[in-house]
Design a binder for this molecule. Structure first.
Ligand SMILES: Cc1cc2nc3c(=O)[nH]c(=O)nc-3n(C[C@H](O)[C@H](O)[C@H](O)COP(=O)(O)OP(=O)(O)OC[C@H]3O[C@@H](n4cnc5c(N)ncnc54)[C@H](O)[C@@H]3O)c2cc1C
Length: 404
């Protein structure tokens, strides 16, 4: 008889886990997915394209309803799991049902952080995490709407760019002195700022938000330096926090995320966690690839194989039309590393490769990202690059031509 396996969360990690389980252990588990969002799992990465009207929302769906049905997966979406009892092995759902499990996987992702300032709950102050957020933003955005986007990371820039394309008048405000400081060095960030400004977006750096003000809905953003900006809408994109409360309430070990070991096991027997809600070796990843790698390893383990998850390389691509940016690994260059740099301000291209111990350990590409996948492959594999170090910065084509 199939063992009951419950997955809490119907996001990208859960969908990938179901796909992997269907390939490796079809029929071994009776899988039920409990999802808070009232829709089929979708590709969250594509929300930026939906916001910029480049993609209809329907095209983000990861698998049609029939796919789940054909693989025997029971979908219960539109109701959150509210409690876990690890001793009784049950999950309580907001619709009042109690489900029994033999194995439980937490794939609850993250939520957007709200700024802890006055007026944060005013109408018109929005976040950018899920399809409901995109619907709220697009409902409120019109030609000429004054929008302040707070946060100059990947999500803030993608939101600002999408909104600018709708004709809104967008100001992007960032606390730090450069955009995407977690992914880019100062030089690439300066190039990015110019490209964002060329899209008609005002960029304000080094500015800390004090409060949002307005009578019934937001009318302005006030800053700690005494300045302010009029705003009909504010999009807050200042970071994410893992959804780990349900695990903590059930007594599982939680720090920032739900603590897992190399087998993706939590501190409770037969309870696992993957994706953005999991904390592995002190790291909570905020990207799809680590979630996919974790889903692959967990599916293999649930199918009886003794594989391990040893961590992932962080790699980011900005998805803004006309701006190509890629960053991976140790892009700043820790002490003891060496940086190889190639820049052409005329062409608007910049490449920085960070080398340590004869291997590529980090990369920043701006303008031309054609070699991004190859550099990432070298970083992930820890390949020795000394044999072609001279040509490395010029990309794969030259290295392969020289080798032929
Ligand atoms: C606009 C945007 C652009 C992005 N772009 C990129 C990119 O370019 N590259 C990249 O690698 N990553 C990107 N990301 C991040 C990427 O989407 C996430 O890393 C990925 O979705 C993580 O998958 P997950 O399954 O862990 O979490 P999620 O996809 O967030 O899924 C978690 C699901 O669990 C549900 N849930 C939470 N609590 C409960 C509960 N108690 N009961 C039931 N359900 C619950 C949530 O509602 C959610 O549906 C982007 C994210 C956003 C928002």
């Amino acid at each position: 008889m199939s063992e009951p396996l419950i997955i809490i969360g119907n996001g990208m990690a859960a969908a990938r886990l179901c796909e992997e389980l269907a390939q490796r252990a079809l029929g071994r588990y009776a899988v039920a997915v409990v999802g808070a969002e009232p829709r089929l799992a979708y590709n969250r990465v594509l929300l930026s394209s939906v916001l910029s009207s480049d993609l209809p929302a329907a095209d983000t769906v990861l698998k049609p309803a029939a796919w789940w049905r054909d693989r025997g997966v029971t979908l219960r979406y539109g109701a959150a799991a509210t409690a876990i009892d690890t001793a009784a092995r049950t999950v309580t759902v907001a619709d009042g049902k109690t489900l029994a499990f033999a194995k439980l996987v937490l794939a609850t992702g993250s939520r957007a952080i709200h700024l802890p300032v006055g007026g944060a709950d005013l109408a018109g102050v929005l976040t950018f995490r899920d399809m409901a957020d995109v619907e709220s933003i697009t409902r409120a955005a019109r030609r000429g709407t004054r929008v302040v986007v707070i946060g100059g990371g990947l999500l803030g820039i993608e939101a600002a760019s999408g909104l600018a394309r709708t004709g809104a008048k967008v100001t992007l405000v960032h606390l730090m002195d450069r955009l995407m400081e977690r992914q880019l060095d100062a030089r690439a960030a300066a190039m990015l700022k110019r490209a964002v400004e060329a899209k008609g977006i005002d960029v304000v750096l080094g500015m800390e938000t004090k409060s949002f003000v307005g009578q019934h809905r937001v009318e302005a953003v006030e800053f700690k330096d005494g300045g302010s900006l009029a705003a009909d809408m504010v999009v807050v994109a200042v970071g994410i926090r893992p959804n780990a409360e349900i695990a903590a309430a059930a007594g599982l070990a939680v720090k920032r995320g739900i603590i897992v070991d190399d087998g993706l096991s939590t501190s409770a027997a037969d309870v696992f966690a993957i994706g953005e809600c999991a904390e592995h070796r002190g790291v909570c990843y905020g990207l799809v690839e680590p979630a996919n790698e974790q889903a692959q390893v967990l599916a293999a383990r649930l199918a009886g194989r003794d594989t391990r998850y040893c961590g992932s390389v962080n790699a980011t691509n900005l998805k803004v039309s006309g701006i190509r940016v890629f960053s991976a690994g140790d892009f700043l260059g820790a002490p003891g590393t060496e940086s190889i740099v190639l820049a052409d301000p005329g062409l608007g291209t910049y490449r920085k490769l960070v080398v340590a111990g004869g291997c590529l350990v980090g990369a920043v590409l701006y303008g031309d990202t054609t070699d991004a996948a190859w550099y990432l492959e070298l970083i992930r594999a820890g390949s020795a690059i000394e044999a072609f170090r001279e040509e490395l910065i010029f990309g794969r084509a030259l290295v392969e031509r020289r080798a032929a």
